[in-house]
Ligand binder design. Sequence first.
Ligand code: HDE
Length: 760
Amino acid sequence: TGDLAAAMPFNANKAAEHGQDNGLNPPAGAQVPPPSRLPTGSTLSEVNASAKTGGVAADGSNPGNGPLDRVRVDSGGQRLTTNQGVPIADNQNSLKSGLRGPALLEDFILRDKLTHFDHERIPERIVHARGSAAHGFFECYDAVPQLTKAAPFKQAGKITPVFVRFSTVAGERGSKDTARDVRGFAVKFYTDEGNWDLVGNNMPVFFIQDAMKFPDLVHAVKPEPHHGMPQAASAHDTFWDFVSLMPESTHMLMWVMSDRAIPRSFATMQGFGVHTYRLVNEAGESFFVKFHWNPKFGTHSLCWDEAVKISGADPDYHRRDLWERIEAGAYPEWELGLQVFTEEQADKFSFDVLDATKLVPEELVPIQPVGRMVLNRNPDNFFAETEQVAFCTANIIPGLDFSNDPLLAGRIHSYVDTQISRLGGPNFHEIPINSPIAPVHNNQRDGMHRQAIPRGRVAYEPNSLGGGCPFQAGATQGFTSVAARIRAKDEQGKVRAKPELFAEHYNQAALFFNSQTPAEQAHIAAAFRFELSKVQVPAIRQRVVSMLRNASESLAAQVAEGLNMNPLPDAMPRALPRRLKPEVNVSPALSLTARPGDGSIAGRKVALFVADGVLGQGVLDVQASLVAAGAVPRLIAPRIGPVATGDGTALEADASLENEPAFLFDALLLPDGAAAMVALSGDGNAMAGIRDQYRHCKTVVALGTGAELLDVAGISPTLPTGDPDPGITVASDAASAADALVDGLRRHRHPQRETDPPIV
Ligand code: HDE
């Protein structure tokens, strides 16, 4: 490198400090590339492509594993150390001056431990604080190049790792899972073109149309600020005060008062991107799109009394269900569907596709399946993964773009912003669960908790000293925004206002209500009644009913009757007096019953009651059949442990009637055996359990003398109509008992039995 080089200091270990064109370059290849986040020896495309095209990925394959292995810590066989790696001799006693003397300030081991402990909490999320998450993958069915160039959809069979977090909205981090609430459904795709976060909900619409109102909505639904009540509940004055003054919330209220707000499992709820987004293909053509996640196990919900009881017995009900399904290999799975439409089509709709309080009925634009998502690995550490994951609607990749939805616009700002205080600075993207698999190269530097060690002297662009790197990817490779024109008809200059169609608030609220089955409609009416009966100020209740009259007179009348409200208040004046004719008046796809799933009963839980004197063989046979069908049977007895069976079979109770009450289960078996019948019939926990199963419209199957327990509990195998109750079976042998349980689980619930108020 000549005389100049000889005259300059040169550190061969820091070759990159020397620029490209000054004659001081180390020989080509001498720079050590930074360590890769990929598993040793593999390339990005290997990590992201399955060997197959179409069909199924290998069980247990989890492409997200490799990149996180770098930071996983396993202390098995290791000695205890301080955070500096200094081995600790004694973890029981602080350092003192004499046995009874004062503790010494020099005890860096105690101080290391206490200091870290003192700071181990971070702020919870402003909303969606309570959540549960899992790793998995997205698998593309077929490439859709005509629609999008987005990485996950580029090749049939392509695998993209995902991390998914489900959440409730209103409750704090430690609140119950079964609150009546919207559920968050946030998916982080670690694509080979960067992270794409599809941060959605389990309902396709939202309460408000403009980000300006979000803090107001959240302040209204959260516990009231003077006394901090109620926790994880919308049944209070401030929420209903706000929404009743915001008629745009009517449609969303229908969803939140429906059984969708109390899902049976995260695995049995739909997910929606909510906003209209854009897909962009290689040619730069763009299409509007709505994202739908449809669960393989069908859409199933709890009923209200069940949700209330579960929240006491197992506040972690959904978190546990997700964890156990994955541990058991009953992997939750969803199909991703796209509703694709053009701007010209959208122009003709009777609603505005930029209005997040509106959905696009499936009858108008069908859903096109493009892939499936499987969750197959539980996190190793709740805090490091589930708590620290930071979803940001701003995270999109080439092939996708935003629409002008004004609610989305606020979100694009808010999610990045909130992480800066929640996760303590601008480098939260470097926390392992957040960092992309795609390499990160830019000139952003420093800040709290920086992990990357950028090499070289160049942190600006343009530069010549770094050879112009990192260089702009250019329009063919890099992200470009769709050059969507502001059309003449939309050109108004700066305005703080809304498009006219945003003022139509009731057509889709009516569509949703009218598309529900009678049982679902009854639940909506009961939910409004419950929530509004908790509201103290009568004028607020009146205002809600007056709003409902614009969506459904029948619903408004039922709610008013439930509240002893007489006469009915006048209908609320409409913001848009002219009526718009909706394209569809009934959309069967909006009913939960429209998606029974693939018939699998994987992960569903069955209580098999047992007690001393039980004829154990029948119970074991039912248990074996249920396990074979993928369900989770549990033996429940008055006490845990061994059961003295009447036929000498060895049985051990998994749980007691006290610690796992029957309402935690999807179905119930009452066993054969005269002595067991006597024991259970004298046990209030068993009797309450049978009545709860009945009241919650779940399946109860009695084997032999077990049928007498139904009589003792006052349960009739006949419906109020006089027909036999399809959810109550008296079986003479284990095989038919198992069949009846499997069949009942497939049907989930038997609403024919339901009355209001309940007869049991
Ligand atoms: Fe969120 N939302 N949101 N939201 N949201 C947050 O971001 C916000 C909205 C949703 O599991 C926060 O990281 C604004 C719609 C989910 O970590 C915050 C507006 C939808 C999650 C935030 C909305 C959502 C959040 C709190 C209106 C469905 C949990 C912590 C303009 C499409 C993600 C955080 C997770 C979380 C802001 C409206 C879904 C404060 C400003 C609509 C699933 O940034």
